[in-house]
Design a binder for this molecule. Structure first.
Ligand SMILES: Cc1cc2nc3c(=O)[nH]c(=O)nc-3n(C[C@H](O)[C@H](O)[C@H](O)COP(=O)(O)OP(=O)(O)OC[C@H]3O[C@@H](n4cnc5c(N)ncnc54)[C@H](O)[C@@H]3O)c2cc1C
Length: 445
């Protein structure tokens, strides 16, 4: 008999345990925010990661093509941290922090060769130096390691760079670059392991409106997903979807491009990256070749309505007025070969031309839309979405979950240009030119 009684108590105990566990799960399910993310590039995926791992959201991410196969896969993926503004600095620091966290359980994701920002001897030396001093101070406040290098020290690290004797460099030894596809995949796996639902091949054709709220999305196959919040992270395509609902995103699709040379003797994969504002150029090693990009002033900008509809279309797209980037190279050629003489004889093995979404101040558009309750945006990364991805994921997660934000969210507010620019409208050619200028004048990050 005592044996039977013990078995009975045992049964009751486990029965109650399962009942409580089940009720607990149902309760958690009800209190979790259901967030629908449109777009599975690095931004959609990083937001999915931060939201799902918070334990307070159930994420459903819908991607029209394949994950991280649009502009994310084209990035040179320099993960630089020199920033003049503390908020921007904290955003890129968060990416570095989360990468380190991912790396604890696996092989390195980032190649940390360091980055040297150079103030070149010449007319702009003092203004460039003052920007670097600002970055240096800002970095110190954030606990970053950065060191001043004289011209000889720069040449020791980068023997292929022609540096005038009075030039100075600010070296960030822990900066580096990462394969953007790989990093995006870490966000994806992290989100998935924590319970996010991530779907490929689902193209969203419209947002679902109800009064002044967005309550979900509809696919081109007329499937509906209903949620508490919709986050639009559709890269350059975001403008078109938003415009259907009278949300005018202050950004425009502008060309970003770079070249990679064949193998060159003085180059090694472990050398630092270099940013030389005076020549409007950045360099980083790509195995034994040199990857470099220029800030050019070609009018390579596209009406969002004319964007290629597929991911592959983005890769194949060429701007008619400078199809292969020759005009951009020609415009910068003298400065380029004066800074890096090996380019005069090197073969160019690859040319990558893609599209970045630029805003008038080169800062992203992040946060709630003014027009609709429950609609959030993560777009307009102005050529730095990989470096900002961790910060953006964290900020959007905090905003959606109505937590205190780790940076000043107003700095990236969607409507911040409304008082300064007459017609903030990505469909307006004059506004798009304002965004193009931001690309032309960009110096760092
Ligand atoms: C040549 C080049 C070099 C660059 N170099 C750097 C660099 O060195 N450092 C750096 O930090 N950044 C760099 N960038 C910028 C960086 O690549 C972008 O900022 C970043 O990839 C943007 O990510 P995203 O998720 O917003 O966009 P994307 O990667 O374009 O993703 C958007 C996704 O949304 C999907 N989508 C769109 N509409 C819909 C819809 N209606 N329904 C469902 N899905 C939809 C698309 O299929 C796509 O997969 C570079 C960019 C280019 C082009």
């Amino acid at each position: 008999m005592p044996y039977l009684r013990r078995a009975f108590l045992f049964f009751i105990f486990y029965f109650l345990f399962f009942i409580f566990y089940f009720l607990f799960k149902v309760l958690i399910g009800y209190t979790m925010k259901k967030v629908i993310i449109v777009g599975g590039g690095i931004l959609g995926l990083s937001c999915a990661y931060y939201l799902q791992t918070s334990g307070q959201a159930q994420v459903i991410l819908l991607e029209a093509g394949s994950f991280a196969a649009a502009t994310t896969s084209q990035a040179a993926a320099l993960l630089t941290r020199a920033r003049s503004d503390l908020n921007d600095g904290l955003m890129v620091d968060e990416t570095h922090r989360v990468i380190k966290q991912f790396e604890q359980n696996t092989h390195p994701i980032m190649q940390r060769n360091g980055c040297i920002h150079i103030a070149s001897q010449g007319d702009n030396f003092h203004s460039e130096l003052s920007i670097l001093k600002n970055h240096h101070q800002q970095g110190k406040d954030r606990g970053l390691n950065s060191q001043w290098l004289n011209a000889n020290q720069i040449k020791q690290q980068l023997p292929w760079l022609a540096v005038k004797n009075e030039s100075l460099g600010l070296f960030y030894p822990d900066d580096g670059h990462a394969d953007p596809y790989l990093l995006a995949n870490f966000y994806l796996q992290g989100a998935k392991k924590s319970g996010a639902y991530l779907y490929q091949g689902v193209r969203i054709k419209q947002l679902l409106e109800s009064g002044d709220k967005i309550i979900g999305v509809r696919s081109d196959k007329n499937e509906d997903w209903i949620g508490d919040t919709v986050l639009l992270a559709g890269g350059p395509w975001s403008s078109v979807l938003a415009a259907q609902h009278n949300v005018k995103l202050g950004m425009a699709p502008v060309r970003s491009h770079y070249w990679i040379t064949d193998n060159q003797t003085p180059l090694s994969p472990s050398q630092a990256m270099a940013i030389v504002p005076n020549s409007k150029v950045y360099f980083r090693p790509e195995n034994k070749g040199l990857l470099f990009g220029v800030r050019d002033s070609q009018n390579c900008i596209i009406d969002p309505k004319e964007l290629p509809t597929t991911q592959q279309g983005i890769h194949d797209h060429r701007f008619k007025n400078d199809e292969n980037g020759w005009l951009a190279l020609e415009e910068n050629w003298q400065g380029l070969i004066a800074t890096c003489p090996l380019l005069e004889t090197a073969q160019l093995s690859h040319y990558i031309s893609g599209i970045s979404s630029y805003t008038p101040d080169s800062l992203p558009l992040l946060g709630p839309s003014q027009e609709w309750e429950n609609l959030f945006i993560a777009a307009g990364c102005s050529g730095a979405g990989i470096a900002w991805s961790g910060g953006i994921g964290r900020l959007l997660s905090e905003q959606i979950l109505q937590q205190k934000t780790f940076v000043d969210e107003q700095r990236y507010a969607i409507n911040r240009f409304d008082n300064e620019i007459e017609n903030v409208d990505p469909m307006d050619a004059t506004f798009r030119q304002t965004c193009l200028l931001a690309r032309i004048n960009k110096k760092t990050g």
